[in-house]
Each structure stands twice: as structure tokens, then as C-alpha cells.
Design a protein around this ligand. Sequence first.
Ligand SMILES: NC(=O)c1ccc[n+]([C@@H]2O[C@H](COP(=O)([O-])OP(=O)(O)OC[C@H]3O[C@@H](n4cnc5c(N)ncnc54)[C@H](O)[C@@H]3O)[C@@H](O)[C@H]2O)c1
Length: 362
Amino acid sequence: MSSQEHEATAPVGVGILGAGPVTQAIHLPSLARLRDILEVRHVMDVDPAVAESVAARVGARFGTSMEELLADPAVEIVAICSPHQFHAAQVIAACRAGKKAVLCEKPFAMNGEEAAAISAVSAETGVPIIVGAMHTFDPGWLAAEAAWGTLPAQVHTVRSSIVLPPNPRFEDFATEIVGRTPPPARDTTDGEAVRAMLTGGVMGLAIHDLPLVRRFTPDFADVAVLHAETVEPFGYVISLRAGATTIELRAAMNGTWEPSWTFEAIGDDAALSIDFTPSYVHAGSATARIRTQHSTTVLGPYGHNGYEGEWRRLAGIARGTETAPDAETLIHDLEFALAIAAAAASAGSAARGAKAPQETRA
Ligand SMILES: NC(=O)c1ccc[n+]([C@@H]2O[C@H](COP(=O)([O-])OP(=O)(O)OC[C@H]3O[C@@H](n4cnc5c(N)ncnc54)[C@H](O)[C@@H]3O)[C@@H](O)[C@H]2O)c1
């Protein structure tokens, strides 16, 4: 075999920054199914015991230095799985290191300045970036998006509804987690806590579906939050309007045994509904239904979920057989999420009598 042929068939090397629950319970199980195309070669975490234990599961090098991981020539794709406040700086450092592709866990930035800095570095270095909004890589959604393209696009109502048990329930089904951080205590009578819960809910959970919402509301500059409220023990009910489209975002993370994650887009002539498989569970793709007056088309389920879809796309990008998502689309998706988070936080905390520092219209 020539060295060029070997390069085309050898697994692509992966380095991981941050080896917490998402790495342990989501990414390693996904990568274990893709060992012929991807190989974890270096694991970095600020906690050396976590880095060592997680690296040992896959026979990778480990350490506590981002610079060492980025300088490792065996690392071709960098996955950023640290807490959100480190994402922007680490995405930028990985792009500057000239890697073949970067996966950044959602959200990849927390404000407009960070988004602009990422956009500039991405344009300058040309390093492809994927954001871990996994539903955008789910084959059920991708098939629905393609099929919807031939139907009338004027959707008047979009709904994203998420009912999940807390993350640790699924993490413990997937693996034995090391180094879990307990969630902070919340006082939802306090306006600041309500702001934080609504911002966290939009940027941490709704963000998986917001790129799908934006597919039906391209005029995203005109976003107005009509109502925003928190749900105990964690969740949100947010109503908004983007242009002429009414959007409902609901989430409840509670003791439920049955996860349910649905997305709906309804127009005068056609309606789309999608049932997603629960996060963490490797139970194949979403199933989508497109209904018109005369027919119902069922798309899926397909063999893999959005997490595996992300990794397949990354391997294809690194090998030059697939292209990356458009960087401008990722920035607009992020701006859409930031606008909703800011407006929901203001509306929700104002409703609790807290002083609202920002206008509710984003
Ligand atoms: N796509 C999904 O479905 C999904 C699910 C869960 C979490 N996430 C995202 O993944 C990210 C990580 O979440 P998590 O659940 O693993 O929990 P976490 O944030 O508690 O754990 C992150 C790990 O990163 C380490 N760390 C802290 N600072 C670091 C730094 N500067 N550089 C490298 N590592 C650092 C911590 O020691 C910890 O082991 C978050 O952005 C979260 O939003 C995504």
C-alpha cells in the first residue's frame, strides 16, 4: 500500500480538550462505533486524574496542557468538550494550530464579541468548525430538511418540546463517570437565578433545536419574546415571535422515566413533526413525518444518531471527502440563540419583579 493510500484509509487522529461526562458518556461511545475511521490519540483535562482515567479507556496519551495537545502531530481533529466559558478561546487556539477540523461542544461562544473573534479566525485560517448541536447532524432531520425543500416554506408555528430525566441518569447508563461536578443549588425566587436558568436553558438545551427553528425563520433579526418562565426543578417555557412565525420552546428536566424530544413546524399546506431519540442513548436517528392534505411521508429511523453523524462528518472533512458547514450559518445560529437567551432572561426576571437590565426585544 502506498503512503497516500494508507493516509486515505488510516483512522483520523482525535484530541479531546475536557474529559468530563459529555466525553465519557457521549463521545467515547460514539467513537467506539467508528474505530475504523477515527482514533482518540490524546486526552487533556485540567484535572489530571480525569485525563489519565479517560485516556486509559482508549489507550491515548493524556495531560493537562492544551498547548501540548495542539502541538501533538498525531492529533488531526480537536474536540472541545470543556465548560462553555472556555470554548471560544479553545476553538481559536485549535484553528491557529492548523488542525484539519474542530468540533466544539455547544454553545461555541457566549457573546457577540466571542462570535466575531471566532468568525475572523475561521476566515483567516480556513479550519473547518462543527458545533455540537447534534440534531443538525441527525439523519432524520437531514432527510426532513431535504424533503421539506420541495414544499411551501411559509411556516406560521414552530414548537420544540423537551422532557428529559437529569443528565446523570443517562450518563450512568452509558458508563462509569469520573469527576462529575454536582449542579449548583438554585433559588428560583431570585431574579438573578431566573436569568441564569433561562440563559442556561436556551444556550445549553434549546440550542440543540434553534438551528432547526431558524431553518423556518430566516428573518431572525426580528425576535420578540412574549413570555418566559422557569420550570422546577429545571426547565423553561418561552413564547416568542420571529418575523411572522410564532415559536414555542419548552423543556422540563425532571424525574420522568420516558424521555420525549419533539420538534414541529406547521404551515398552511404542510406540517413537519420529528421525534428525536433521547440524548446519550444510541438508539438510531429521529423519525420525521411530513403531512400534507393528501399524504404523509415518514422518514427514518436511520441507523445512527446526530452524535455519530457529527463524527462521521468530521472524519469526512479531515479526509477531504466532505465539506464543513458554512461558518456564516454557524455564527447566525449563535446570534439567534444569544438574542433569544437575552430577551428570555430579561422577560423572565422582569416577571419575577427583578430589575431588567435589557429590553425584552432583541
Ligand atoms: N451535545 C450534548 O448533548 C451535550 C451534553 C452534555 C454536555 N454538553 C456540553 O459539553 C461541555 C462539557 O460538559 P460536561 O457535561 O462534560 O460537563 P463539565 O462541564 O462538568 O465537564 C467538563 C470537563 O472539562 C474539564 N475542564 C474544566 N476546565 C477546562 C479547561 N479549561 N480545559 C479543558 N478541560 C477543562 C473539567 O475538569 C471536566 O472534567 C459543555 O459545553 C456542555 O454544554 C453537550
